[in-house]
Design a protein around this ligand. Structure first.
Ligand code: FMN
Length: 182
């Protein structure tokens, strides 16, 4: 699949089979994060791979009751460090850098037949406490669930069809793109 095809076909998976993720797939997904671009090449990301069932179950409550966090065989907690660093444009670089790495992981996961779901709805304090993340300078930017989709082929097909219909699921280009000036 071309990168564009992976981008167009990927969708968020919120129902997982208990089947474990192969080490070589997890490794490839983490490599996709490692090779991401980052501001000043700071690589201001750190990833906690949670496979322990108890910890995953505890993360359910920290993610406002998202049961699929307990069901996914792997949960990747994506953190930013150097959180005071700002680029000339005024934006904090760590949020952007971690987000790029997360998307790289989501795309390589999809390419390898695995699903992900990005979670922004979580109580950061609770996640930090559960995973022993200490330090003011470390923030949890996002959580990525990872595993094999438990959706039927029929339902997956339907979602992909919806994804591929530009009118239904995504804003059209003429809404989001302006040429030359705002
Ligand atoms: C920054 C960010 C935060 C998100 N937070 C959540 C979340 O807390 N819970 C959830 O179920 N999905 C979450 N999502 C997934 C989006 O809902 C999903 O990507 C969007 O609806 C488009 O659907 P698709 O991923 O299937 O293409 C998040 C996605 C992003 C990029």
């Amino acid at each position: 699949m071309t990168v564009l095809n992976v981008i167009k076909h990927r969708f968020s998976v919120r129902k997982y089979k208990p089947k474990p993720v192969r080490t070589k797939d997890l490794y490839a997904i983490l490599e996709a994060a490692r090779f991401a671009q980052s501001s000043n090449n700071l690589q201001d990301w750190r990833f906690i791979i949670v496979r322990n069932e108890n910890t995953r179950k505890n993360l359910v409550e920290a993610t406002k009751g998202k049961n699929f966090v307990g069901e996914a065989p792997v949960v990747i907690v994506c953190c930013g460090i150097n959180t005071n660093h700002k680029m000339t444009c005024g934006q904090h670089s760590y949020v952007i850098d971690v987000a790029i790495a997360m998307e790289n992981m989501a795309l390589v996961a999809w390419e390898r037949g695995l699903g992900t779901c990005w979670l922004g709805a979580f109580y950061e304090d609770r996640v930090k406490e559960l995973l022993n993340i200490s330090g003011e300078d470390t923030r949890v930017v996002g959580i990525l669930t990872l595993g094999y989709s438990a959706l039927s082929a029929k339902l997956s097909g339907k979602i992909q069809k919806l994804n591929l219909n530009p009118k239904k699921n995504r804003l059209p280009l003429d809404t989001i793109v302006k040429y030359e000036t705002w």
